[in-house]
Design a protein around this ligand. Structure first.
Ligand SMILES: Nc1ncnc2c1ncn2[C@@H]1O[C@H](COP(=O)(O)OP(=O)(O)OP(=O)(O)O)[C@@H](O)[C@H]1O
Ligand code: NI
Length: 325
């Protein structure tokens, strides 16, 4: 950025996502969730730099290389961080990785109706013959609960929730093995939230994978197999959803705070604000808001045993429970 400043938007993010698995990524506004998703699609701003790899496909049993410019990863998959723009545009976006963008109204083409955008995407991704385009596009809209009588509207004539559903419909068309849904339920009423996440779950089935970014913990609980919690650009905990929302509860103090802040739980928000990503402290970024802070927190905790906290790894679950109560 200007003046030689830089922002560490995402640091040390390590996770796997298997076919048939649904991972919810949660964390406060500005913690790096959308940057992580954008990196996987090669949609970061020009001045952004990445390191590491994000391998799609390959692994045991997967065949085929990634083709020219694909950036081959281990096991024959495609390294999304190394793939060039041409590969991303031709064979990844929409086909291998679908995206429900965070700001659907900005993502839709303003001068064309929803119907024409759906039909174009159906034609492009599914090679559907002209005669069947209309019907297929209507079926696609239906899957995302987009009302048929609004198909001839332009994006500016849609409410936020309708634009959201149009974007979801578009993202589902390519049947991509990985779907990234960046807050796909923002602006929807509770019953539509449920319908949308159920459709995403149904779509994932056991052959595709879903990474859903959300602020809606109820939606995360409804859909996810695992929960990843991000804080100040780092994944601080990955947990089985049953453990996270169940009796054991989250293990990282920040993650526990997220749940405790819910009205249906303790309704007690974590005090303070997350740090600026351009001016992160040396040690644990959560330390200054953490009730368990100690000398150890001056050093960045390693992400070990699926959690990054100096204190938690030593705790027995019962001890945590007692403290939590
Ligand atoms: N183009 C950019 N230039 C500079 N900084 C950026 C840019 N895009 C994002 N950032 C910074 O990266 C950080 C992470 O942003 P990101 O959009 O990933 O947050 P988020 O977790 O998705 O938040 P939200 O829940 O509000 O969508 C933010 O602090 C933001 O200031
Ligand atoms: Ni975001």
């Amino acid at each position: 950025m200007r003046g030689g400043r830089f922002i560490r938007a995402v640091t040390d993010a390590h996770f796997t996502l298997a076919a048939g698995e649904r991972l919810a990524l949660v964390g406060e506004s500005g913690c790096g969730k959308s940057v992580l998703a954008s990196a996987l699609l090669g949609l970061l701003p020009e001045n952004a730099e990445t390191a590491g790899s994000a391998v799609l496909g390959g692994g045991p049993g997967a065949g085929g290389g990634s083709g020219p410019g694909g950036g081959s990863g281990p096991g024959g998959g495609t390294d999304l961080l190394a793939a060039d723009e041409r590969t991303l545009a031709r064979s990844i976006r929409g086909r291998k990785v679908g995206l429900v963008p965070q700001s659907p109204a900005a993502h839709l083409t303003p001068v064309r109706t929803v119907r024409s955008q759906l039909e174009e995407t159906v034609r492009e991704l599914l090679r559907t013959p002209r005669a069947a385009l209309r019907k297929t596009a209507e079926e696609v809209a239906e899957r995302a609960s987009f009302p048929a009588d609004h198909l001839d509207r332009y994006p500016h004539e849609l409410s936020g929730g309708l634009a959201q559903r149009a974007a979801t419909a578009l993202a589902l068309i390519g049947d991509a093995p990985l779907l990234l849904a960046d807050e796909p339920t923002t602006g929807l009423d509770r019953d539509l939230v449920e319908r949308t996440v159920d459709e995403l779950a149904r779509h994932t089935g056991d052959s595709r994978a879903l990474l859903m970014i959300t602020h809606d913990l109820a939606a995360a609980e409804r859909i996810a197999d695992r929960i990843a919690v991000m804080y100040a650009g780092r994944i601080v905990e990955i947990a089985d959803a049953g453990d996270f929302f169940g009796a054991r509860g989250p293990r990282h103090p920040y993650a526990r705070g997220l749940l405790d802040a819910l009205p249906e739980r303790h309704f007690t928000p974590t005090p303070g604000m997350p740090p600026e990503l351009g001016a992160l402290p040396e040690g644990c970024a959560f330390a200054e808001r953490c009730a368990r802070v100690s000398e150890k927190c001056r050093v960045q905790p390693l992400f070990e045993d699926a959690v990054a906290c100096h204190h938690v790894s030593l705790d027995a679950p019962e001890a945590l429970e007692a403290e939590h109560a």
